[in-house]
Ligand binder design. Structure first.
Ligand code: LLP
Length: 415
């Protein structure tokens, strides 16, 4: 589905004109579509109907309380990687028993709290973590449900910074060592082995690496069964790509059907941890043109959103579509769309053909995932507002940060 469409010469989020949102909430502002998030979540949940499953939204992709609350109401589970994400999910009405806890650096405190609230599963990333979890669970007199995150050594064919399933990555336990690690986990009295987990990377645009990883994990599950270690669920992580420009990623339904075919005859539940494919195209970053600056070599549109608001172009050289909210007629010029931050890397897009005037509104598309969550206060800029649109209604799900808040926790030196 497409939640952001032009009508009467201007871009709408569902039933609300983005120009009206800019007027009411100012810019820069992230705008999300409830219907889009719902449709993407359901594409996963519907394809998994009739078998034990959890669709655990990867909170790191968009951790706004309103977004999490919407997903919790739809019955989603959550994939978390920190104590902070755990508290957010609980505050948003998420159920502890639908949480999987990933991440290579879980602290004792993280573990304790997750055991207290009763998460569904710890995705354990090393033998050292296994031993620590055993200790913490024993102290609490609890039994910790675990999966080991196995690194299947497949090339996800994606950006090196977001590729995680190769053996040189810091993530998971090498598949060659996984059997021994499971043997150890099964010996530890305060752990209960329930699953096998992997996550091979993000923004994958083909199914082959997922299925390759799946085959390797099924082989492992068979070898574990021979050792008497039963596995109840297989967690395939997140990673399904989205269309930013002209990518043709598989649809969640097609991907899940292919996975289910390979599971035929097995009694295995499935867990997925999608982030981007649920929220990326459900969001735009709304920004205003402050200046048009024409130099001998380049035309710049200086906008009021910057790399502190949306770092993907600067960090990954990611291409994100930028469109005019109320397109003008006229001769387009080729603009670099840059922010006010004092860095050459502060750009949202380069060489974009647009007809612009000062004060125009632009929308950076596909900004619902890894947008606001990666924003910072660099250059002492307050973080953007976040707004969720539902039909003709608009909810401010995070107000714009005030300048006072930016240094509220700081202090002057004593006299
Ligand atoms: N599960 C685990 C263990 C992960 O590490 C990730 C993402 C996900 C699930 C969700 O993956 P997704 O479905 O969103 O691809 N900041 C980067 C993306 C980093 C992804 C990190 N891990 C970006 O802006 O492209």
């Amino acid at each position: 589905m497409e939640a952001f469409n032009y009508r009467d010469g201007q871009l709408f989020a569902e039933g609300v004109a983005l120009s009206a949102i800019a007027e009411r909430f100012g810019t820069p502002t992230y705008v999300y579509s409830r219907a889009h998030i719902q449709a993407c979540y359901r594409a996963y949940a519907d394809a998994l109907a009739g078998m034990p499953h959890l669709v655990c939204f990867a909170v790191k992709a968009n951790s706004n309380l309103g977004v999490l609350n919407l997903l919790a109401r739809l019955g989603a589970g959550f994939d978390i990687v920190s104590r902070g994400e755990l508290e957010r999910v609980l505050a948003a009405g998420g159920k502890a028993e639908r949480i999987v806890f990933s991440g290579v650096g879980k602290t004792r405190d993280d573990m304790r709290r997750a055991l207290e609230v009763g998460v569904h599963c710890f995705n354990v990333e090393s033998i050292e973590e296994l031993e620590r979890l055993q200790q913490v669970a024993a102290e609490l007199g609890a039994r910790a449900p675990v999966s080991l995150r196995v690194n299947p050594d497949v090339d996800a064919g994606t950006h090196p910074y977001i590729s995680t399933g190769l053996k040189e990555n810091k993530f998971g336990i090498a598949i060659a060592e996984a059997e021994a690690a499971y043997g150890r986990a099964a010996e530890l009295p305060n752990l209960e082995v329930i699953g096998v987990d992997c996550h091979i990377g993000s923004q994958l645009t083909s199914m082959a690496p997922f299925l390759d990883a799946l085959d390797r994990l099924l082989g492992l599950i068979d070898r574990l069964a021979e050792r008497g270690i039963g596995i109840r669920h297989l967690d395939l992580g997140g990673g399904l790509g989205v269309r930013y420009r002209d990518e043709q990623p598989p649809q969640p339904g097609d991907y899940i059907r292919a996975v289910r075919e390979r599971l035929a005859g097995r009694e295995l539940g499935l867990v997925f941890e999608p982030g981007r494919s649920i929220v990326a195209n459900a969001g735009v970053l709304l920004t205003k043109v402050e200046y048009l600056k024409h130099t001998e070599h380049k035309d710049f549109a200086i906008v009021d959103a910057a790399m502190n608001d949306l770092i993907r172009p600067a960090l990954y050289d990611a291409w994100m579509d930028v469109v005019a909210v109320q397109p003008r007629t006229g001769e387009p010029r080729c603009y670099d769309l840059v922010g006010p931050i004092c860095e050459t890397g502060d750009f949202l897009g380069k060489d974009r053909e647009l007809v612009l005037a000062e004060g125009d509104l632009l929308a950076v598309r596909s900004a619902g995932a890894y947008g606001f969550v990666m924003s910072s206060n660099y250059n002492t800029r307050g973080r953007a507002a976040e707004v969720l649109v539902d039909g003709a209604a608009t909810f401010e799900v995070r107000r714009r940060e005030t300048l006072e808040e930016l240094y509220a926790g700081e202090s002057l030196l004593p006299e």
